[in-house]
Design a protein around this ligand. Structure first.
Ligand SMILES: [Fe+2]
Ligand SMILES: [Fe+2]
Length: 502
């Protein structure tokens, strides 16, 4: 890296360079690595002394995870008095079952599975016009109101600003026109049509006007309206994701603080009481930063061996109280296939800890039953494409794109934006309505209740990366959501400051 480029990046991060720091940078050998440290550091003004401190900090880092857990001997956790009530839903998890070879037949059966599973949900929940198919459409006369269920093949604007949608079912395709007129009812239909995603399965109500079906309403499979399910047990579920072990931005001290807290060794009496209620800990992927995930990643790694990165996970798991049941699912940085559905982390990666009775490894997505609650774990890789294409979605509120996925009853509706393996069955269809959905990936916390389903994004334990600075993305590191199984309330425990704050 040239000095000029380094100064440009530092400048973009709104950091001032003192004259002695400039002299230091002129002579520096590994200018790129030093620049990475400067732009990811907390300083607004950088001096030669501060650069020296940043380099020293690196040397002080020990591998793996140098955590000295202080256990509170008087800690009497309520959760240790309850037996674990959890089971993995193996049918929902691709682990050990992938048969895909990438043949044309695989793609056909994958999309057929997506269509059939979603059509079943749509037929069960919507009433109204009689449902036609692309084949039976010719039997209805012009002006007839019908409903059509299909996969959105394409969506484009016409010259007059209307939307032309090609909808495909098992017999063929139909052209659907959504008019952009200013009458309120039609306009709401146009807005709905505008938020259609390619490859998603929907029902469209419309009037036949050969050769088009004139759209009057769009119906998504959506979640049924139901009450939030509550449990008898006075216990909590804790959620983490995007730890990125091995990354130089991994916030080790804050992470250690969280571990300490779970062991009853941090916080006041009330806070320790809350820690003692944690019976389940769910981990939704990007456990390690991985190796070779993106170009020049090696400059951002403090641990460059993926097995050593996973040994940091082992260390963490072995320091957790043994009454806490841990469920681990992978993400796009983990060392399993990147395309979804992802299988679970192998025993080889996890080492001896996978034999611990309280540690469970599942794929992504996977359903887990915790007491009365059906929890859906998914890393959330598709959130990027939903945020990019859906009006009203952004990285600041991850619960909004999560809601869009619930509405579409598919965890990754747009085929191809993030890699998907065309398995015989579409594992990403949300066939069963869950009680809790846990995702990560966007490094931003957010939660909401939608039709009785708690949507929780558990943020990250990684600081703001250079890439995120360039993207203008502000993560919310070191905030752990807790779900109270008895009350159904979600609260955040903040480990980003000095002590745990609930
Ligand atoms: Fe991540
Ligand atoms: Fe991710």
């Amino acid at each position: 890296m040239e000095l000029e480029e380094a100064l440009k990046r530092i400048n973009q991060a709104d950091i001032l360079v003192s004259p002695d720091a400039l002299e230091f940078l002129k002579k520096a050998e590994d200018l790129e690595a030093i620049t990475n440290k400067i732009v990811s550091g907390p300083d607004f003004v950088i001096t030669a002394e501060k650069i020296g401190d940043l380099l020293k900090k690196d040397e002080e880092k020990k591998i793996p995870l140098p955590v000295e857990v202080v256990r509170n001997i008087g800690f009497k956790p309520l959760a240790s008095e309850y037996p674990a009530r959890l089971s993995m839903d193996k049918a929902s998890d691709v682990s050990g079952k992938s048969k895909c070879t990438g043949s044309v037949e695989d793609f056909v059966s994958y999309f057929r599975s997506r269509f059939e599973q979603t059509e079943k949900i749509l037929r069960a929940r919507v009433h109204g016009n009689s449902t036609a198919t692309s084949k039976s459409l010719a039997g209805y006369g012009n002006g007839t109101h019908i409903r059509l269920i299909g996969i959105v093949n394409s969506k484009r604007k016409t010259k007059k600003g209307h939307l032309l949608i090609e909808l495909e079912d098992e017999y063929g395709t139909v052209k659907v026109l959504a008019l952009d007129d200013r009458k309120e009812k039609q306009q709401s239909c146009f807005d709905k049509a505008n938020s259609l995603l390619t490859d998603e399965v929907v029902a469209i109500d419309g009037r036949i006007s050969d050769p088009f079906l004139m759209a009057e309403d769009i119906i998504w499979p959506d979640m049924p309206v139901k009450e939030q399910k509550l449990c008898e047990e006075d216990l909590c579920i804790a959620f983490i994701s995007d730890i990125h072990f091995g990354s130089r931005y991994f916030l080790e001290k804050n992470f250690a603080k969280m571990l300490q807290w779970l062991n009853g060794g941090a916080g006041d009496e009330k806070s320790r009481g809350l820690a003692g209620k944690v019976k389940y800990l769910l981990v939704a992927g990007d456990i390690v930063d991985g190796v070779g995930i993106y170009p020049k990643q090696e400059n951002e790694l403090i641990v460059k061996d993926v097995y050593e990165q996973y040994s940091m996970l082992s260390k963490f798991l072995s320091e957790l109280p043994d009454y806490i049941e841990v469920v681990i699912s992978p993400g796009n940085h983990d060392a399993v296939r990147r395309a979804e559905p992802q299988p679970r982390l192998s025993e080889e990666l996890m080492g001896d800890v996978c034999n611990l009775p309280n540690v469970h490894s599942v794929g992504s997505p996977a359903y887990v039953q915790l007491s009365e609650l059906r929890v859906l774990l998914y890393h959330g890789t598709s959130l990027d494409s939903i945020i990019a294409t859906t009006p009203g979605c952004d990285y600041m509120h991850p619960e909004k794109p999560m809601l869009e996925l619930m509405k579409r009853r598919n965890l990754s509706p747009i085929y191809g934006d993030n890699p998907i393996v065309p398995e015989e069955r579409d594992y990403l269809v949300i066939s069963d309505p869950p009680d809790i959905v846990h995702m990560g990936h966007v490094h931003k916390n957010g939660h909401m209740l939608y039709r009785g389903v708690s949507l929780i994004n558990s943020g990250t334990w990684q600081g703001r990366t250079d890439f995120q600075i360039k993207q203008g993305h502000v993560p919310s590191p070191c905030i752990m959501p807790l779900y109270d199984m008895k009350t159904g309330k979600t609260r955040n425990v903040d480990f980003s400051a000095e002590g745990p704050e609930a």
